[in-house]
Design a protein around this ligand. Sequence first.
Ligand code: PMP
Length: 351
Amino acid sequence: MRIRPDLDTLPAYVPGKTFPGAIKLASNEVTDPPLPSVASAIADAAATANRYPDNGMVELTDELAKNLGVTPAEVQVGCGSVILCQNLILVTARPGDEVLFGWRSFEMYPVATQAVGATPVQVPLTGDAVHDLAAMADAITDRTRLIFVCNPNNPTGTVVEAQALHDFLAAVPSDVVVALDEAYFEYMRLDGPYSYDALELRREFPNLVVLRTFSKAYGLAGLRVGYAVGDPQVITALNKVHVPFTVSTVAQAAAIASLRAQDELLARTDAVVAERERVTAELRRLGYRVPPSQANFVWLMLGDDAIPFATASAEAGVIVRPFAGDGVRVTVTNPAEDDVFLKFAASWAGN
Ligand code: PMP
């Protein structure tokens, strides 16, 4: 078959595996099922499944725009924010162009970059697992077409300092799109030098595109809805490559209902944040190296122990996400599940 040979080196995305009875802390999901109001919107929408979805996603786009204080022309909804990552690459980069991002970060950045034949440029994180924005600025070339800054970073949970982010944006050529991937936005509790507002930053840096999702705090991972907020020029381009009808009627209705219930949904993040702090403190007490996280997961800097740790954890009934030779990402959910993981972590540490 005439498959593009340059795809040979492309690793396939491997989702977290699970088995019956396992506690799944591998994909940064929430444990709560949809709220009754969301479940009923889903059921109502399912009853119209014989019709195509609204391809313009008008009601959801309008509702999001109102919520965010932007115009609908600045919002693009997609089938998960992962598609918007991919489509941003599609509308900016051609073969030979460069897509720049910190590494380690979200695994789809290099995959989607290589999928269009562009070149991923990966700038190592600092020793504290934080984006090295100064080094990223130095890595910009005249072939750079898109830059991802994942904040909080997946899988390390770390965030950049606000001043460093501002300096970085000021250093990026104004015609190069910067995608600030805030998939875990709702879990951030930023203060002091870390405090920033991405939507405010857009006023100063129109090349900034903000990515968020309904998969995490809004608990709709299974329905696939994410969105981008950006300059209308970028949004128009994203809209051109949007594959028609990929955000289902059910997904749109669930996202709208979730926005209407956002006070209740966002209140739930407080409990996860409290768990995150508890789990981090306990892991550190056990001797693990865990950077501060602003997401719904923590990062264990285990180096070569990453795979054996995750394998043993799975044998203990808890699925976590290892990155070979680097570390293990563990989702934080509720005290019952987290305690099972902590018990394993204590036994691994020899306590
Ligand atoms: N960005 C980051 C940083 C993520 O961690 C994820 C989910 N793992 C996504 C984007 C994609 O999320 P979704 O497609 O579910 O919206």
